[in-house]
Write a protein that binds this ligand. Sequence first.
Ligand code: SAM
Ligand code: SF4
Length: 328
Amino acid sequence: MAELIDRFGRKVTYLRISITDRCDLRCQYCMAEEMTFLPRAQILTLEEIHTLARVFVDLGVRKIRVTGGEPLVRRGAVELVENLGGLPLDELVMTTNGTRLRDHAARLAAAGVRRINISLDSLKPERFRRLTRVGVLQPVLAGIDAAVKAGFERIKLNTVVMKGFNHDEVVDLARFAVDKGLDISFIEEMPLGEIGGHDRLESFYSSDRVREDLDRVFDLRAVSHRTGGPSRYWQVAGTCTRIGFISPHSHNFCADCNRVRLTVEGRLLLCLGNEHSVDLKRVLRRWPGDEDRLRKTIVEAMAIKPERHHFDLREQPVILRHMSVTGG
Ligand code: SAM
Ligand code: SF4
């Protein structure tokens, strides 16, 4: 059976799919205030996404993450997840901002989603609004409670930490996670897309500093657990909560990279920090039904997967696409 192996011997078993570039929030680190979204004809249909997912699974992918933009704002997102749940995967997961989770959590869990990541950058309503520009905190908290009730195996909060915005809340967010029995990852902001509003170098707050802040309050024990992602995990002693750190700046995570991304326009993106990509939508639409050609294109794409990213906060973003197009 064909496998996806790149020039550096890394086996690709994890596909992240951005199913929409749209979102009901405008997080400061992710989007500009005014965004132009892609016209419908330019984005993959849900059927095309399912076809591509099936072909990737044929090629050895065992984990799929559905993300965006905000995946739950796309009509038919839950049905897509239900269909993906029928593929022979080890893991089907989703990243969401939680605003619509209250209505969908139970169905997602029933569809086979075992783990879900929910973004939460502040527990203060005013600050939450400032960080997301338009967001209301309460529905997100209700979404988190609905997820707990729905019985996902693990729920992880994702917090992008920014100096001057929310760096002073890391302990409160960790405590919130502990109280609810959730995991939490603290993320360093990545220079993806023009966002306006703040200087990413000035607001940089390293994972090491977050760790120091947490160490003053919690007893953190190293765990060997890896999710196949860039997070390194610590367990809060005496609780089931794991705390992760995603540190693209202070700790490069490329050597173990096992993932590729499918953008909302159907480009296969080989690395988050580089522009190397292959247009799978073109293949799908030009040769409908020709899955052999699709498979061959994907296998050949492995040859251009870069060794590593080169993020540099002192420079203008070299990656102009936003995380929402790429799938965070
Ligand atoms: N809308 C969903 C959400 O917010 O969870 C899914 C998509 S979002 C792009 C996925 C993740 O990327 C979120 O956890 C978000 O915090 C993170 N993210 C977005 N832009 C980022 C950036 N510039 N640097 C680091 N993380 C970022
Ligand atoms: Fe939307 Fe997620 Fe980006 Fe925030 S991080 S603007 S919720 S896509």
